[in-house]
Design a protein around this ligand. Structure first.
Ligand SMILES: Nc1ncnc2c1ncn2[C@@H]1O[C@H](COP(=O)(O)OP(=O)(O)OP(=O)(O)O)[C@@H](O)[C@H]1O
Length: 271
């Protein structure tokens, strides 16, 4: 068991997300439509479905990142603990602090040190005052990401000197250093070897004790291993928007799906 330094006073509680009648578009064309989905706190929710059904778009809608894409728009609501992140008075920077994100390709700043990579999100958000306990914050985030013991003697080494799996855990540490309430993960193991993948999956199971986690994955075994709840999306034809077909406890979705399209997808007949 890792020694986790005590959390700071600012440590946040896991939040819930309610996606309500959400349609996300690129240049007016819906990529994912009419989605209603409840994301429960301290659970892992997996988004699965064939390529192009809008999983990543839906994920990016959950912290407003979708609107940073040129030509993108959204209708409907994403309620973060009951407050709509798309309301006029909502603060996008604050939302992205509360709802962090980890991407497919581990992307630490290559020449920046391991330690400074962890602190980068805080520095960008100007949340790190001069008096802040930088080393303690870095240690706490690296410990939560299961990386502290591997890097504690290499904190000044460049981020690029770590292995791919370590770099992805460094990115998770960077996301956790901001003390988010929700962590969105877009195929976080897509470019990792099987051992690094299992390490990240162990980590996901640990962090869900504190955070709300949403993961996009193409790997159904991975969804079955880590997710409490699984949501299946698909589109009726290429070019049509993705829609939510079925959501439920992961075991039920995989053992007795209620919709034929879900069964066809998980049995490999489509997708
Ligand atoms: N930046 C963009 N500009 C225009 N269209 C986009 C953009 N990103 C995604 N799309 C379109 O939106 C639809 C959904 O894409 P998205 O990447 O969300 O699907 P996905 O299910 O995550 O796919 P994959 O599993 O292949 O990653 C697709 O038709 C895609 O072409």
């Amino acid at each position: 068991m890792n020694h986790v330094p005590p959390t700071s006073d600012a440590a946040a509680a896991a939040a819930r997300i309610d996606v309500v009648n959400l349609t996300a578009r690129y240049h007016g064309r819906p990529a994912v439509a009419d989605v209603d989905l409840a994301i429960e706190p301290r659970q892992v929710t997996a988004l699965i479905g064939p390529s192009g059904c809008g999983k990543s778009t839906l994920l990016r809608c959950m912290n407003g990142l979708h609107l940073t894409v040129p030509g993108a728009s959204v209708t409907g609501q994403v309620l973060l603990d009951d407050a709509d992140i798309y309301a006029k008075d909502s603060n996008p920077v604050e939302i992205r602090h509360r709802v962090g994100m980890v991407f497919q390709r581990p992307a630490p700043f290559p020449t920046m040190s391991v330690r400074d990579n962890v602190l980068a999100g805080l520095q960008l958000g100007r949340r790190l005052g001069r008096g802040a306990p930088h080393d303690e914050i870095a240690e706490r985030a690296l410990t939560k990401a299961g990386l502290w013991h591997e890097v504690k003697d290499r904190l000044k080494a460049p981020g690029a000197s770590l292995s791919g799996g370590q770099q992805q855990r460094l990115c998770i540490a960077r996301a956790l250093a901001v003390e988010p309430e929700v962590l969105l993960m877009d195929e976080p193991c897509a470019h990792l070897d099987p051992i690094s993948t299992l390490t990240i999956e162990d980590l996901i199971r640990e962090i869900k004790e504190t955070y709300t986690v949403v993961i996009v994955t193409h790997n159904m075994q991975q969804a079955a291993r880590v997710a409490d709840t699984t949501a299946f999306l698909t589109m009726s034809a290429v070019g049509e928007p993705g829609r939510l077909v079925e959501v439920g406890p992961t075991e039920r979705i995989f053992s007795s799906p209620r919709r034929q399209t879900t069964e066809d997808y998980i049995s490999g007949k489509i997708g």
